[in-house]
Design a protein around this ligand. Structure first.
Ligand code: NAP
Length: 342
């Protein structure tokens, strides 16, 4: 084990950032805490779990700090977890550019100055843009510009020569033990909508997996990589072929609804290719919008090969990521969201 390190965490107030901070001091599965010295970069608001914070806007020169503060920070930090990002889908490319691409360039500049290793939080969805993708991702796909920005950020890191790893998580759900998350995300939102019986059908391509990973699994892997002093590697934080299929996913939603006293008639799974655009147009705006997102996420998975690439066996072996059932974690996450987020 190498010497203790000081870590700058960008995006500390986000879903991943807060999970990392909690996991660093108090893992819910009773494991020994990593106890790294983390400086939480604070953009619009500090993370509640942060013990030390520093103001940081990745879109600004020197993160918006004066020269002395920036130099002092670079002198103190030897690892950066770069988790800041614009994560909303459906925005034009120019919205992602300053945060996800230029912001990563600023992180590279900082890492060069600090001599720091960067651990970059990318996305598993970049698989949909690979040359090996079985079909090209549609230009109009709601995730496309976001994915392109993360893809470009990965390229920037590779081109820079800065020592780094890339973690590519799929959609994250709550903590594997408690279901805790700092904010509800797309999975909980969509699942709640389906669970309330609002989805007339679920658009999903045949054979795809619903790949959701509990957020603490990502956090454990990243913290362990830092403890081990790792400075290279690309990790797909996904379940891959172990992930549930669409029917199993809907069964979990049905089980959760039943536990809340709702008898859910599980909606049929419909091939997106058979959807009549005119029929979609006639639907209420929210229904149309949710169905379009489900269709587009399914398309991302198809373009990624139907089953996302995975590094889970390696993450378990090298970083001690625990074996967790995805359906159990998903159900816990829905229970937490119902009790605390709605
Ligand atoms: N959560 C997932 O399911 C998931 C899945 C795959 C990949 N990822 C990747 O993991 C990373 C973290 O995701 P997340 O879910 O934690 O995102 P999130 O909850 O949306 O949080 C984004 C974080 O970035 C910060 N940020 C935004 N603009 C910034 C700026 N100009 N300067 C500095 N910080 C800025 C935000 O701070 P403010 O709120 O103060 O602006 C916030 O702390 C992202 O890069 C995302 O692409 C996440």
């Amino acid at each position: 084990m190498s010497a203790p390190r000081t870590v700058l965490l960008t995006g500390a107030s986000g879903v991943v950032g807060r999970s990392l901070l909690r996991e660093n001091t108090s893992p819910t599965d009773g494991r020994e805490a990593a106890g790294l010295r983390i400086i939480a970069a604070s953009h619009s608001a500090p993370a509640p779990e942060a013990e030390r914070s520093v103001a940081c806007d990745v879109t600004a020169e020197r993160f918006g700090l004066d020269k002395e503060s920036y130099a002092a920070l670079a002198g103190a930090v030897d690892v950066v977890i770069h988790s800041a990002g614009l994560t909303e889908w459906g925005l034009p490319a120019e919205r992602y550019q300053p945060v996800n691409i230029d912001g990563t360039r600023r992180v590279v500049e900082f890492a060069e100055r600090a001599g720091a290793v960067v651990h970059f939080m990318s996305t598993a969805f970049v698989a949909a843009l690979a040359d090996t993708a079985p079909t090209p991702l549609g230009e109009g796909n709601v995730c496309r510009r976001y994915i392109e920005s993360k893809h470009r950020a990965e390229e920037l890191l590779r081109e820079s020569g800065v020592a780094h790893t890339v973690f590519r998580p799929t959609n994250l759900v709550g903590d594997s033990v408690t279901g805790w998350t700092s904010q509800g995300q797309i999975v909980q939102l969509m699942s709640d909508w389906i669970g309330r019986g609002r989805a007339p059908f679920v658009p999903a391509h045949a054979g795809i997996r619903m790949d959701f990973v509990p957020q603490d699994l990502l956090s454990k892997a990243v913290l362990r990589a830092i403890q081990l002093g790792d400075d290279r590697g690309e990790f797909w934080v996904t379940y891959g072929a172990e992930a549930m299929d669409v029917a199993a996913c809907l069964q979990v939603v049905g089980k959760h609804a039943a536990a809340r006293g709702r008898e859910l008639t599980v909606p049929p799974i419909v091939d997106p290719a058979s959807l009549d655009p005119a029929e979609l147009e006639r639907m209420p705006p929210m229904t149309r919008s949710y169905l379009s997102v489900l269709r587009d996420v399914s398309e991302v998975t198809v373009c990624s090969g139907g089953v996302l690439p995975t590094s889970m066996p390696e993450l378990r072996e090298r970083y001690g990521v625990p074996h967790v059932s995805d359906t159990t974690a998903y159900l816990r996450s829905l229970e937490y969201a119902t009790a605390h987020l709605s």
